[in-house]
Design a protein around this ligand. Sequence first.
Ligand code: IVH
Length: 697
Amino acid sequence: MGIFGRVADSEWAERAAELRDLIEYHNQRYYLDDAPEITDAEFDALVSELTALELEHPELAVADSPTRKVWGQASTLFSEVRHLTPMMSLDKTTSYEELLAWAKRMERFISGDVAYTCELKIDGLAMSLLYEGGRLVRAATRGDGEVGEDVTANVATIAAVPHVLAAPAPDRVEVRGEIYMPVSAFDLLNRRQAEAGARTFINPRNAAAGSLRQKDPAVTAGRELAFWAYQLGTVEGGPTFSHHTDMLQWMRDAGFPVNPNIELVHGLEEVDGYCRRWLERRHSLDYEIDGAVIKVDDLAQRRELGATSRAPRWAIAYKFPPEEKTTLLEGIMVSIGRTGKATPFAMLKPVTVGGAKVSLATLHNEDQVRIKDVRPGDTVVVRRAGDVIPEVRGPVLGLRPEGLPEWQFPTACPVCGETLVRLDGESDTFCVNDRCPGQRVQRIAHFASRSAMDIEHLGERTVSQFCRAGLLADVADIYHLDYSKVAQFEGWGETSIANLAAAVEASKSRPLANLLVGLSIRHLGATGSQILARSLRHLDRIMDATSEELAAVEGVGPIIGASVQRFFATPANREVVERLRAAGLNFEGPAAPELAQVLVGKSVVVTGTLEGWSREEAEEAIKARGGKSPGSVSKKTTAVVVGSEPGAAKLAKAAQLGVPILDESAFADLLETGELPDPGDAAGAGRRDDEPAGTGG
Ligand code: IVH
């Protein structure tokens, strides 16, 4: 429910029609009769209400809504407009040394103290908004800097762009800034595109550009676009300004969203500090930035500095290293996982992006390949941000060779050759041959992996080698390895064999939950394994339980229950388990829990870095008390624990759903008591302060 909670569902359409009539009526009084009956603020409130209503209920939007046009003008969408003052570009730096060189160049024109405004460089679309008599008359893209495109009708649908200014304004004033799409809105839009089987957007910037370049403003109105104002262009008439910071303040007063992370600093060391800080923090924002923009604050100094033919001397862009690069998609292959899942992955011409060399990236499943529309031979955009795994975002369509065929998902398993199966309503495709060597290697390697039995020296390559030599056929064979045969492989001396044997021996006493994880039971992950081990406390009880009994365990549910039951009902699996028992593996679960199970039925999401817990420890602490700690926020989330540099999407989602946000001390209380703090003193719940006004719901 959004801000129109007070109006019953059936009344929305009626209210929208009423608002449209009112706005049309007052537009006529203002423009035709020159006799307004209400104040500008009252008029603006009507437009804001209608805009928000249409954003919240896109089905109510009609093409000729007054939110979609600037009154009194024929549509000029995409016609050429010459900027009153050219929109110049910026010189760029990537280092402190280059910043120093810039300051040195300025010393030829100005002397004395220089104050700098440091701003975030928003990765969106530069926009020029022209106001005459305090009203929006034209919105234009940058174009080549001299001539742009008229996008007034589309920009007029963006809630963050005021139609009428709220402060005394120069007769004619041009506000410049960046149109962008919040990351959370971009994620949502792409999810919707994917659900509709439509092509997804590569990044928020492309999505914003695509949303703005619509012939029908109703489409733009349905997309969540926002705006940060950061510069004035042409100014005719008072008030006059002496500093950039004054202009920023005026823009705030006039009703523009001005980014809260702008700082006025003295000296280049502070400038450098600002840039480094935001390079670190860039992912804590709900919008993308690709650097910082440093501007001389004093407008008199700016005039003395002037400009070269392409850029002002008084400003410079500090560019961050890119997190997206393009490269050639050389091929798409399919790998077979331990459950038989066939996962397509991209083979890329190696490219360094986000600080790492990338040559492979998962494409998840057949549908993902289709909605991203990537084809072998395409130039694709690859993204790697922070420590997130690399991702293929989509093709650069302009560079696609003519006639490039679509990629087809293989019909046969690339390892065993059996037919691949995709069930109705499922997005994943499977090799269902239990004897598939591809699956076997993955299953054994997973059993030995750290998250399961943690058998060092038994990685995927070794497992594959041992399987090929006939030393391993299933996980129980690990405990009957013929070490005399291992000794014949290259690189296996006495010490390495002794190490492997010791690791195999040590694995026999791993907790039951790890053994369950190691068995590769479909749908059963680490959390489900722990719950089963803790509640049924012996593998025999788990094996003998009916699917109903399993599903009845708090936190398990029917899908896992049925899958676990099916696994142990399969004679081949039972046989492996008996051989593991004979080898002496631990089948017993932990003794009754010592910790009070205060979080049973609760779901607590952790984001950002906490001081007292690592991420794993925090999640463990939640699970050890009977709670869940999933990786994303939903309406079932009890609370979100926020450390430093939290994930923007999670915070935005929590704010949107009204999920309580806890700081570290409230988290400690929650672990002890299972209680949330009183809403009155909850740590910082709700809206983030760097959200532009009017984009919330
Ligand atoms: S000021 C003459 N401030 O960066 C100075 N630009 O290469 C005009 N940008 O096209 C620009 N954030 O689209 C300025 N805080 C900011 C900015 C910013 C992003 C973009 C803008 C411009 C490009 C310059």
